[in-house]
Design a protein around this ligand. Structure first.
Ligand code: MTE
Ligand code: MO
Length: 372
């Protein structure tokens, strides 16, 4: 009898505990959805339905919320830390029978023009919170109406002032079939002074670079892929990419930037850009971050490294072009062990390889194209 009483008491205690926990939970959820001055602010949704449509913060507040602690490093090393509350992106998407995993990338855009595409590997592995509560309090005005928080990912994905979501499918670009070396390319492009903090550096316009060395008319290009020597990778919209500059001298060059971009969109130490089927590669950054190779006393980057980095397709014939427009075609046999890109005594880029037909050299190397 005594034992039965004990068990019953324990059971009752447990029930009480569960009930309070549930009550607390629902209370937290209710207060999370308190009305606020930004409830009418609109967020444009593109790619979910045939027509773009708008939702408001008020609409998001009707969805069930989660709270997650998240920490991340800013690009300058400082730490961002928050308990973020809001609906999961997947909770929002459920209303349309979708999940974040259905998309190849999701781009968030902010009031200040900041924008970033969340790539598919992040979509596959992380929860995305459309937060409107930070550390239990409504967002600061300068983050309204929504702050995107992705626990486990770097702070560049945490878009505050978010006012547009683009859900993108497909767009798997064909791999590049041409690599253009930035150092040689910029010699034949207009260069302009670019004020950067206390210094005046040189910059080129990305549109000039693409017009001259890639296919500006390639309508399959929606996103431009950029990779930095520190490992950062990003997709930029074609429009944003073509409105920007590459600063080619001074601090952190080559640096992708534009006066109209928030600083968080700048990319320092640019290693390569992929625009359609053209990879634009910076040899100097490559030499600093990729394995070096030595052939007959010359040190440089193996041609095969460039393939590995950029995903360049292989072929049986390659056209090597110099700055003066002259070119030679080498077969895979001519390349022998593969070939080397290096910087010669004049500081110009060059290519050398030794195959069964002897040693081949290309000076002032501008580009290498895989021939069909
Ligand atoms: N709207 C907007 N969101 C943004 C940025 C920005 O410039 N504008 N910068 C991003 C970058 S690069 C970083 S590192 C973090 C900085 O975190 P913070 O929101 O605490 O400043 O915000 C991200 N979200
Ligand atoms: Mo950043």
């Amino acid at each position: 009898m005594k034992n039965i009483c004990k068990v019953l008491l324990l059971f009752l205690a447990l029930l009480l505990l569960l009930a309070t926990a549930a009550a607390c939970g629902s209370k937290a959820q209710r207060s999370a959805a308190e009305p606020g001055p930004f409830d009418e602010e609109k967020i444009v949704v593109h790619g979910l339905q045939e027509q773009d449509f708008e939702i408001t913060l008020g609409d998001l507040k009707k969805l069930s919320t989660v709270t997650r602690h998240a920490e991340a490093a800013r690009s300058n090393g400082e730490k961002v830390s928050v308990d973020a509350t809001g609906p999961l992106l997947d909770t929002f998407l459920q209303q349309y029978g979708k999940s974040q995993k259905d998309f190849s990338r999701i781009r968030f855009t902010a009031k200040d023009q900041y924008s970033i595409a969340v790539p598919s590997d992040v979509l596959a592995n992380r929860q995305i919170i459309l937060s409107y509560i930070s550390d239990g309090k409504p967002l600061e005005d300068d983050m309204q109406p929504v702050r995107v928080v992705i626990p486990g990912e770097r702070a560049m994905y945490w878009v505050r002032n978010m006012i547009r979501m683009d859900f993108e499918t497909g767009g798997d670009q064909e791999p590049p079939n041409k690599v253009v070396f930035l150092e040689t390319a910029v010699q034949n492009l207009p260069q302009q002074d670019y004020e950067y903090f206390d210094s005046v550096d040189k910059a080129i316009k990305t549109i000039d670079l693409v017009t001259k060395y890639a296919d500006i008319n390639d309508s399959s290009v929606a996103n431009v892929f950029l990779k930095a020597s520190d490992g950062l990778q990003k997709n930029e919209t074609k429009a944003n990419f073509l409105s920007a500059f590459i600063k080619i001298t001074g601090k952190e060059a080559p640096k992708f930037l534009a006066p109209q971009f928030p600083q968080g969109m700048h990319i320092r130490g640019l290693l390569y850009v992929i625009y359609g089927q053209t990879a634009i590669f910076d040899y100097t950054e490559g030499a600093a971050c990729l394995p070096k190779q030595t052939e007959e006393g010359t040190e440089g980057i193996a041609f095969s490294q460039i393939f590995k980095q950029t995903g360049l397709t292989g072929g049986s014939k390659y056209q090597f072009t110099s700055a003066d427009g002259k070119s030679i075609v080498l077969t895979i046999t001519d390349l022998g062990s593969g070939g080397l890109i290096y910087q010669n005594a004049r500081g110009a880029l060059a290519f050398t390889c030794t195959g069964p037909s002897g040693k081949k050299n290309v000076d002032d190397l501008l580009s290498i194209e895989v021939l069909p």
